[in-house]
Design a protein around this ligand. Structure first.
Ligand code: ADP
Length: 492
């Protein structure tokens, strides 16, 4: 069997394999390279440049050099470059979808969905670029005039994860550029190709040299640290694990950097006895199996009223049994591989621990032998308190169900985690839904829906799930400083 089809080979050949610094594609000074792997086969897709600390310094210099001009570029011009990028993305949608499926593994239909979702950040922030406003007023004493404006925070460092290679890049790049900030983006070393290909698209959309740099590296820590320590950097935006986020926050503290942190989740999915169970099961399939369970918003704990727990589990299991596992490019596949063998080991260990502590394995529970990193879609019921799977992000296709007795018990169980990104609640009782909006300790909530992400909405968490919001009216303010000026009463 060939490693890739002709179409895949042509697409991969079109993806840049160098670093993008100061408007030029350049080799790494390290002389090293990164092999990007297809998680469905374990084979190498492409070999790309592996940035060194020196390359990071060049990227920083380029971002700083371009900052003043970009900040002074008319908002309409900034917005129109993003809008052209949106249009080009629609033209190249099939290529971006295939590229994400190849390097990350998600089924093609989901990759197309990510092109739509990721593209919306370009469109949304192309529109927001021209709506950065301020206020003018009289101070209470009447002795002066107050002027409040919003100015670009400055050169920004954007670190993205591997699970949504396009959307996590556009969710940071689009607001940074719209606000008038230059940026360095460092994609995850596991799925860097989409960001490289996207940088080529931005070039084609007319982005001036130096406004965005892309550095790909296998030494994230060593290469990122000097950028974060550089006093010219003004902003750090990160999406990834809480452990890395905490380390980055400590580094950012030294420079008193503005930070946005989208960190881990442990989403509760609460099903009340008055819920429409068909809708709850539909929502559960999306909340759990989208992206092969590899999303910080993935439902991690299904907390189901004891009177409907068996019914919910059996209806959900029926759907789970109809999932088709395979390479994301194959027709009809709904579950791709996990990102690597380590992810399979982790999912398997969590399932084993839950079973050892008394959970019932309804279906799945096995790694799939052969090439690629596959794990069976799995359903566990009766998961007992203290199980690791209730504490850790599963990041795999594993449903873990625990029963609850009443609303107070449901809320207590849902909030029994240090994370607070998103919660899902299924109930037909409006007042109960409203109570849950207030009592769930999360930054986001899906009320009778299984997916909440939307470019027009503020995405983000509380507790150890992060700081700041991406998207929505709030998203651009992560890249803007508020500046206040006082002038004397002009009539005095
Ligand atoms: P995940 O567990 O989803 O892989 P990580 O938090 O490990 O998430 O990685 C998210 C992003 O952070 C990736 O781009 C990765 O390369 C980067 N990263 C990991 N460790 C560090 C670090 N110490 N400093 C800077 N970036 C890092």
């Amino acid at each position: 069997m060939p490693d890739t089809t002709q179409r895949e080979a042509e697409l991969l050949a079109a993806v840049p394999d160098q670093l993008f610094i100061g408007g030029a594609w350049v080799d790494s000074t390290s002389g090293r390279s990164i092999r990007v792997i297809d998680p469905s086969t374990g084979r190498t897709l492409k070999t790309i440049a592996d940035a060194s600390v020196a390359d990071a310094a060049s990227a920083m210099d380029a971002a700083v050099a371009a900052q003043a001009d970009w900040a002074r570029t008319a908002p309409r011009v900034r917005g129109e470059i993003l809008r052209r990028a949106f249009d080009l993305l629609q033209e190249r949608a099939d290529d971006f979808a295939l590229l994400m499926t190849l390097e990350m593994g998600k089924p093609l239909a989901e990759a197309r969905g990510e092109v739509t979702y990721g593209g919306e950040f370009l469109r949304w922030f192309s529109e927001e670029a021209v709506r950065i406003s301020g206020r003018y007023g009289t101070n209470p004493e009447g002795t002066g005039r107050t002027i409040v404006t919003h100015v670009p925070v400055g050169p920004s460092f954007l670190i993205t994860p591997w699970n949504f290679p396009l959307a996590m890049a556009t969710r940071k790049i689009a607001p940074a550029l719209a606000a008038g900030c230059t940026a360095i983006v460092k994609p995850a070393e596991l799925t860097p190709l989409t960001t490289l290909y996207f940088a080529r698209l931005l070039e084609d959309a007319g982005l001036p040299a130096g406004v965005l740099q892309v550095i790909t590296t296998s030494e994230s820590k060593d290469v990122s640290a000097p950028i974060i320590a550089d006093p010219r950097l003004r902003k750090l935006s990160f999406t990834g694990s809480t452990a890395v986020g905490v380390s980055l926050l400590k580094q950012a503290a030294d420079g008193v950097l503005r930070t946005s942190m989208e960190l881990g989740g442990n989403a509760p999915f609460v099903v009340f006895d008055d819920a429409d169970l068909d809708k709850a099961v539909e929502g559960a399939m999306l909340a759990k199996f989208r992206n092969i369970g590899q999303a910080c918003t993935a439902a991690n704990r299904f907390i189901v009223h004891q009177s409907v727990a068996d019914d919910f589990a059996s209806r959900l299991t029926e759907k789970v049994l109809s999932l088709r596992v395979g390479r994301g490019t194959d027709d009809g596949v709904t579950i791709g591989p996990l990102i690597n063998d380590g992810a399979v080991d982790k999912a398997d260990a969590l399932v084993q621990d839950a079973v050892d502590r008394g959970a019932t394995l309804v279906t799945g529970g096995q790694r799939i032998e052969g090439e690629g990193s596959f794990y069976e879609p799995t359903v566990l019921t009766g998961v007992t308190p203290g199980s690791d799977i209730l504490r850790q992000e599963i990041f795999g296709p594993v449903v873990s169900i625990i029963p609850f007795t009443d609303e107070a018990d449901a809320v207590a169980k849902a909030n029994d985690t240090e994370f607070g990104l998103v919660g899902y609640v299924f109930t037909r009782d409006l007042a109960r839904g409203q109570r849950l909006i207030e009592s769930l300790q999360t930054g986001m909530m899906g009320l009778n829906v299984g997916v909440v992400s939307n470019a027009a909405a503020p995405f983000g968490g509380v507790k150890q799930s992060g700081i700041g919001r991406e998207g929505g009216l709030e998203g651009i303010h992560e890249y803007l400083e508020t500046k206040y000026t006082l002038t004397p009463d002009p009539f005095a």
